[in-house]
Design a binder for this molecule. Structure first.
Ligand code: CO8
Ligand code: FAD
Length: 649
């Protein structure tokens, strides 16, 4: 163990194990998570750290090997794909494996949108991996605008079949995970045509490859879309269907019937699978940012550089600027942890209502999940980059472990709903509630009370240590944005602009409004969660400091909004800044212990900078020696070098 980390841990003022159990939910949850991880990490297939020295094909092949090991583990331990244990294993691999779409979207779509009969037929095949499916919705020409998708499923009454067809190049399915080489089935989103009329997007189960030899079936053109920023283990694919016929029974009909068309009570129920992933992404944002913070904080405690006082080379974590970069990332990771818990609670509640046939809450769930998915993924993507940059040159090395998180996580701003679009969808719901405050759900209850111009009664740095005054500050900031934008929308329509054009004209203000609302929700939920949790007073003191940092840092980051709202003045902003510096100092002594409480296994982090023992330099050197270029003292390409060296200029 590197001495500096040992000293850091000895100085901690709280019990790390207590925080580990609190973040896991309980001691039993911690034990179960660690047991699952041990099964995974004791398997050499999951321990490869030559990730960046092999080709894309080898990476994909490794992905299938990991899939095989994961599936065998689940079978041995009787872990079901829809279980919490599988979700834990999913997070612990932190690799997007080629079959993940089968588990997170193909099976849930059948479960959520299939009739009882269809579920009886397809779920056992899918859960036993007799078939492997993906979720093929996005097309070359459309990913966001689902009503614009071009794939057609035309009902042929005479044969009681659907003819599924990609009429144009832009209608080719493009991006679905596992589509290129892995899956032999897909749920296909297609426009349903019956008796010459189009009834919009419905889901159809289509076989793509033979179950005997995995060859594409007649009428199916399929393949991998090529290299991407990340997701290298996943064969995101393309698919063109040339009038492929499927049985009538292959349209998922829990909510709609094709023959003599019966529409779903709410057509957006077909979008339900996407909502479930958006809900998961909020907690994933917390995990990714917590992992990146762990690497950056441990490294910053070990890395000594330059001098504060002559003759003393301190750990870079002693620089206030380093604390100002990193401690808010820890706070954000914990804030998103509680937001993720909230999202799962709401989601489970709405799912049980849906299964009882009540669909009314799906609009609210969409409004909240779309906003938080965008807010937490945007913020955590930026946060990972702040952590990476805070590690200097070694942060730029693949040995740091950052790239593995970053390259996949970058996609979260786009997949499952491009973030701007998701913000605007959430805003649509927010402004509807603003116009009809009585219908506003609990998360928007502050819209029910007209904005009364309040003055923030904050006179000293201590006053910005009060949860209630901080929550009010974020509430007033959001209200100020929302009400001024609502006024703008009203004026635009008053002077003759139609609602859609007015919405587009005001969309930048609308974006600011929904972001302010999300920020308010995160702060409020964070503080209320801490108030409801039992913990020792030493731990509460630490958690309070971190929560206060999250809120005060947010005010400082968006000071203009708080001033513009008229709720705060310049002097109070300076009090907030003084509070931040005080909190950085208070948190410094526990920084390493707090990230230890995220409890990441070294084999998860795969980081020479963030390993628990802090033995950075030996790990970096050991990793560098793995480089293929170092297989020989003189590289075979020396023949070119020799010519360069001998050539006359
Ligand atoms: C770990 C992860 C690995 C990576 C996996 C990645 C997998 C994928 O990316 S799968 C593909 C994801 N694709 C998307 O998310 C597509 C995003 N686009 C959409 O969802 C839709 O086109 C959307 C919502 C933007 C617009 O839908 P559209 O049908 O045009 O609706 P629109 O006309 O705007 O009306 C919106 C209404 O529908 C409602 N609505 C929209 N979506 C939903 C939903 N999911 N649930 C409930 N209601 C919804 C809105 O609340 C609104 O209701 P109201 O009319 O009462 O205000
Ligand atoms: C890693 C990865 C995995 C994926 N996996 C799958 C999968 O398994 N299955 C699947 O079906 N799809 C998948 N996708 C596709 C993904 O869901 C789409 O890329 C996503 O929905 C965005 O749609 P788009 O690509 O058409 O972007 P576009 O919507 O074309 O976005 C382009 C720009 O236009 C802007 N824009 C678009 N509409 C509006 C609007 N109404 N208002 C304001 N601005 C707008 C956007 O903000 C963005 O800046 C995956 C994508 C990635 C990156």
């Amino acid at each position: 163990m590197d001495a500096p980390l040992l000293k850091e841990r000895e100085r901690a003022t709280f019990n790390v194990t207590e925080l580990i159990h609190l973040l896991n939910g309980s001691e039993e949850e911690t034990k179960r998570r660690k047991e699952l991880e041990s099964w995974l990490y004791n398997n050499p297939v999951f321990r490869q750290d030559d990730r960046y020295q092999i080709s894309r094909e080898e990476v994909y092949e490794r992905g299938l090997q990991k899939t095989r090991e994961l599936v065998n583990l689940c079978r041995r331990k009787n872990i079901k794909f829809d279980s919490l244990d599988f979700a834990r294993l999913n997070i612990s691999t932190l690799e997007e494996l080629p079959f993940f779409l089968h588990v997170i979207m193909f099976i849930p779509t059948i479960r959520g949108q299939g009739t009882e009969e269809q579920k009886r037929k397809w779920l056992p095949l899918a859960e036993d991996l007799k078939i492997l499916g993906t979720y093929a919705q996005t097309e070359l020409g459309h990913g966001t605008f689902l009503r614009g998708l071009e794939t057609k499923a035309t009902y042929d009454v005479s044969s009681r079949e659907f003819i599924v067809n990609s009429p144009t190049i832009t209608s080719m399915k493009w991006w679905p995970g596992g589509l290129g080489k892995t899956c032999n089935y897909a749920v296909i989103a297609a426009q349903l045509y019956t008796k010459g009329k189009c009834y919009g997007i419905h889901m159809f189960i289509v076989q793509l490859r033979s179950l005997e030899d995995h060859k594409p079936l007649p009428g199916v053109t399929i393949g991998d879309i090529g290299n991407k920023y990340g997701f290298h283990t996943v064969d995101n694919g393309f698919l063109r269907l040339d009038n492929v016929r499927i049985p009538y029974e292959n349209m998922l009909m829990r909510y709609a019937k094709a023959c003599d068309y019966i529409p779903p009570v709410n057509p957006k129920i077909n979008y339900g699978t996407m909502t479930s992933i958006r809900v998961d992404l909020v907690k994933d944002a917390s995990v990714i940012l917590a992992a990146a913070s762990t690497i950056a904080i441990r490294y910053s405690a070990v890395r000594h550089q330059t001098e504060i006082r002559p003759g003393e080379e301190p750990p870079v974590l002693d620089y206030i600027t380093q604390q100002f970069k990193l401690f808010p990332q820890i706070a954000t990771a914990i804030a998103f942890h509680f937001a993720g818990d909230y999202m799962h609670r709401i989601y489970d509640k709405v799912q049980s209502e849906i299964f009882d046939g009540h669909l009314s809450a799906i609009t609210e769930l969409h409004g909240i999940s779309a906003g938080l998915k965008a807010f937490t993924t945007d913020t955590s993507i930026a946060g990972v980059e702040i952590c990476r940059r805070a590690c200097g040159g070694h942060g730029y090395s693949n040995a740091s472990g950052f790239q593995r998180f970053y390259e996949n996580w970058l996609g979260s701003a786009t997949y499952e709903g491009e973030n701007t679009v998701m913000y605007l969808q959430a805003a649509r719901y927010l402004f509807k509630c603003y116009d009809n405050p009585k219908e506003a759900p609990e998360t928007m209850s502050y819209l029910r009370y007209p904005q009364n111009k309040m003055e923030w009664n904050v006179k000293s740095a201590d006053d910005v240590s009060n949860y209630a005054t901080l929550i009010t500050a974020f509430e007033q900031r959001a209200l100020s944005k929302i009400s001024s934008t609502a006024k703008k929308l009203k004026n635009l329509t008053h002077y003759g602009m139609n609602r859609n054009d007015a919405w587009n004209a005001a969309s930048v203000d609308i974006l600011h409004s929904i972001k302010a609302h999300c920020h308010y929700f995160i702060v409020k939920n964070y503080m209320q969660s801490l108030n409801h949790l039992k913990m020792s007073s030493p731990l509460r003191q630490v958690m309070t400091a971190v929560a206060l940092l999250y809120a005060n840092y947010g005010i400082d980051e968006h000071a203009g909004d708080f001033l513009e709202s008229g709720f705060m003045n310049g002097k109070q902003i300076n009090l907030v800044r003084a509070k931040i510096l005080q909190l950085l100092k208070e948190i410094r002594v526990n920084a390493v212990a707090i990230v230890d409480s995220f409890d990441f296994d070294d084999r998860f982090l795969r980081s020479a900078l963030g390993a628990y023992d802090g033995n950075v330099y030996n790990r970096l050197f050991k990793w560098a020696k793995l480089s293929p270029l170092n297989k020989t003292e003189v590289h075979s390409s020396y023949k070119y070098l020799r010519r360069i060296l001998q050539s006359k200029l």
